[in-house]
Design a protein around this ligand. Structure first.
Ligand SMILES: [Zn+2]
Length: 248
């Protein structure tokens, strides 16, 4: 069959095929389109649309040697609440499960107010199972993790620096109108609620006590937040995704 990967998927194709416009692929056994795409190096999570002879088709469709397959990347904004041919069961809301290799991104997602699971020593199968069970989008830099068959919604983070990664994810999933800074705990993902200064005054550092009057407290772990506590990094993230472009 003749397979063409489009856009940013070309960079994920196995090196020996990467420079080819189209790949001539000889099927020697029965395989689904998903198996074929992944055998060539591209995790299924990165695919937004598959067509055979111009007709949109699902991952489960069997490959055939006379097929002409086009594989298109995710096209932002990706709305995970809308069913598609590739992912017919949508997610009820945007929530993330973050792999260890992008751990700092987890903190920034929480800073932006997104429901984000992160644990620094969870095994791959457990992380995948949790993402599935809790209907979360799995974010990782590990292509093998994203190729696991149980994964439905996931994304291979391309950027290197955490602030750029936040911009990348916000751009891809079209989330810039859903940011809720100072709504979620960076440590435990719990929700923050306003708390009166008098109630927590004994726990404040002298300068914080002097300069801030508005505080929030985590409902999960009781950690206290105030606007200055992470506003600068948040603003840097905001600035980055205001003029964000897809990585080449
Ligand atoms: Zn907390």
């Amino acid at each position: 069959m003749i397979i063409t990967f489009w856009g940013n998927l070309k960079a994920l194709v196995r090196p020996q095929f990467r420079t080819l416009e189209s790949i001539h692929y000889e099927l020697t056994r029965a395989a689904s389109l998903k198996d074929i795409v992944e055998a060539l190096g591209v995790p299924h999570t990165e695919v937004g649309r598959l067509t055979v002879a111009g007709k949109e088709i699902s991952f489960a469709a069997p490959g055939a040697n006379n097929d002409r397959l086009d594989v298109y990347p995710l096209c932002p904004p990706v709305d995970v609440s809308i069913p598609t041919l590739l992912r017919p069961v949508p997610l009820p809301s945007v929530a993330f499960a973050v792999d260890m290799n992008v751990g700092k991104l987890a903190t920034l997602l929480r800073m932006a107010g997104f429901d984000t699971f992160y644990h620094n020593d969870i095994a791959d199968p457990d992380l995948v199972a949790l993402a599935l069970r809790e209907q979360r989008i799995l974010l990782s830099k590990d292509t093998d993790l994203l190729k696991r068959k149980e994964v439905v919604f996931g994304y291979l983070v391309r950027e290197i620096y955490p602030e750029d990664q936040l911009a990348e994810v916000v751009h891809l999933f079209g989330l810039k109108d859903q940011l809720k800074p100072l709504s979620r705990c960076l440590r435990c993902n719990g929700m923050l609620q306003p708390v009166a200064k008098q109630q927590i005054i004994a726990q404040l550092e002298p300068l914080t006590k002097k300069y801030y009057d508005s505080f929030r407290q985590c409902q999960g772990c009781s950690k206290i937040y105030w606007p200055g506590s992470h506003r600068d990094r948040m603003l840097l993230g905001l600035k980055k995704y205001a003029d964000y472009h897809d990585p080449a």
